[in-house]
Design a protein around this ligand. Structure first.
Ligand SMILES: Cc1cc2nc3c(=O)[nH]c(=O)nc-3n(C[C@H](O)[C@H](O)[C@H](O)COP(=O)(O)OP(=O)(O)OC[C@H]3O[C@@H](n4cnc5c(N)ncnc54)[C@H](O)[C@@H]3O)c2cc1C
Length: 505
């Protein structure tokens, strides 16, 4: 595993939990000291539940997890141009048993790291990948211990490249990328200050600021009094990060907060580029690109970190299944087939958000239509050999509030009775699982077949399986196959389906 950010650590943790031997290396000295990707979607929290860290991540959201306020405004108390999420909006619309999280990357990464190490993963910081080669049987990586200067070589079955947007692995393999490229340049300021009643109580606050003096973003973090402020600078006008020393950042912060006497304690000033890139391939042989190495999305929408987690989990469960001999190597083809089109949706939607929130001057016919956040998070349809799609509907997104239950989509969250207790269907899936209302018929299928009752009739409605049919759900909660029929040979039917979707020859 190259990289110990959100993508690499999620994959490392899940592989280690599955008993796979994994070595993680990261060039940096430790995890991200900067809150960067703040906020976990409910879908990310479902993944963290499967990785055993959801409760701890949620603890990092205490005090801010009751909602979020998102506005486009001149300043924190100034004219509001557009409210994206109101104070009173219900953010949790009942699509998941998991709450969303509001923890920063500087909190989440150490949680993932500790859990991964707890499951036996070795993660070495200050260790840089300097060369990668592969042949038919494995991958050879040359590594450099940056402190001692010692070089060493590692041989592995597979390599996951979660090495960030400048991915050395992607460049070494000659994988190109397409897209709008650099959109804007930012100076990011992490600071502590008492914001008093300028922020909504008990809610996350995110302001996109279009001020006559600057364009920027203000975001609070899960650490008390800690906030992040990013302001655009313009290299084409000769500006550079050096033009933003602490005193100028303080002045801009006073304008942004409408507080002329604000005395922010500035902890860090960094610079970064907002960009949109999609790699031409997410895989080369035994090497898989994950997170920012595979795609870079504008952070407008908060999906860069969330999709890094999603990529890491996706390749990890598939690699674990192959390495444990439970699936054929063909299952790995589904990683790029499913995640690359999804990344395109994420980038397009985030770019549309960017134009609306920060760059209205770019508005025009080539800006993609905005996409509803819920569709992006819950309504994407996977298309690959690992799902058996039988309809010819080309749509890649659907409204998850009215799920069709068709293969390729996420298995909807429905509260059912399981062993007499109210349980989410999402929580019933930990491995390959058959959801049916007639367990007696399907009990011999070679997967989990939970006993359940559907007192509200929601399961029948949302899964579309009738009284005797069934849905086969993958370990990642995606519907692999569905039937409304009562089979003559249920176990053989499911075995045959499993062989197809797990690419067992
Ligand atoms: C200012 C800012 C704000 C953001 N806000 C949000 C947000 O609100 N929500 C959101 O979802 N996303 C946000 N993002 C994006 C998010 O931070 C990234 O998408 C996420 O960090 C990507 O994770 P990753 O694991 O792919 O890569 P990274 O976190 O970049 O990690 C890369 C890893 O690779 C290692 N590495 C690199 N090269 C090598 C090498 N040669 N050898 C060994 N190791 C190497 C590094 O040491 C590091 O461990 C933001 C980003 C920025 C910059």
């Amino acid at each position: 595993m190259v990289g110990a950010g959100l993508g690499g650590l999620t994959a490392t943790l899940f592989l280690a939990r599955q008993g796979i031997s994994v070595l993680g290396v990261a060039k940096h000295a430790g995890t991200s000291p900067n809150p960067r990707a703040t906020g976990q979607t409910n879908r990310t929290m479902e993944i963290f539940r499967r990785c055993g860290v959801a409760d701890e991540v949620l603890r990092g959201s205490e005090g801010v997890a009751s909602g979020i306020v998102v506005k486009v405004a001149e300043s924190l108390r100034g004219r509001v141009f557009h409210t994206i999420v109101h104070e009173e909006d219900e953010v949790d619309v009942g699509l998941s048993p998991e709450a969303f999280g509001m923890a920063g990357q500087d909190y989440v990464e150490p949680v993932l790291l500790a859990a991964a190490r707890g499951h036996g993963a070795e993660v070495r910081f200050g260790t840089e990948l300097t060369s990668v080669r592969q042949d038919a049987s494995g991958v050879t990586a040359e590594l450099l211990d940056r402190a001692s200067g010692e070089a060493f070589r590692v041989r592995a079955d597979y390599l996951v490249a979660a090495d960030g947007h400048r991915s050395f692995v992607r460049e070494s393999l000659g994988i190109g990328r397409q897209g709008r490229g650099a959109l804007s340049h930012h100076v990011g300021v992490v600071f502590d200050a008492d914001m008093g009643d300028r922020l909504a109580a008990d809610k996350g606050t995110l302001f996109y600021l279009q001020n006559p003096e600057f364009t920027g973003v203000f975001m609070m973090t899960n650490t008390e009094r800690r906030n992040v402020f990013a302001v655009e600078y313009h290299p084409e006008r000769g500006e550079s990060p050096a033009d933003f020393p602490a005193e100028r950042c303080r002045e801009l912060l006073r304008v942004a907060t409408d507080e002329p006497d604000l005395e922010p304690d500035i902890l860090e000033i960094t610079s970064w580029e907002m960009a949109a890139w999609l790699s031409d391939r997410f895989r080369a042989g035994r090497v898989f690109l994950v997170g920012d190495a595979a795609k870079v999305t504008p952070p407008t929408g908060g999906l860069g970190g969330n999709t890094a987690v999603g990529d890491g989990y996706d390749i990890a469960w598939k690699l674990a299944a192959v390495l444990r001999g439970e699936a054929g190597p063909g299952l790995l083809d589904s990683y790029e087939a499913e995640r690359r089109p999804y990344a395109r949706h994420i980038i397009d939607a985030s770019f549309a958000n960017y134009v609306e929130r920060l760059a209205p001057h770019l508005a025009g016919p080539d800006v993609p239509e905005p996409v509803d956040h819920l569709r992006l998070i819950f309504g994407y349809r996977c298309r690959s050999g690992a799902v058996l799609i039988e309809d010819d509907d080309p749509a890649e997104l659907e409204n998850p509030l009215e799920p069709s239950g068709r293969p390729g989509f996420r298995a909807p969250h429905v509260t059912v009775l399981h062993d007499g207790a109210a349980t989410s269907t999402v929580d019933l899936v930990r491995d390959w699982t058959l959801i049916t209302l007639n367990r007696a018929v399907w009990a011999d299928a070679p997967v989990e077949v939970p006993e359940l009752a559907d007192p509200t009739g929601e399961l029948a409605k949302r899964y579309g399986i009738g009284p005797d049919g069934a849905s086969l759900i993958r370990p990642d909660g995606v519907i692999a196959w569905r039937t409304t029929q009562r089979p003559t040979a249920p176990a053989a039917t499911v075995t045959s389906v499993l062989n197809r979707v797990k690419a067992h020859s």
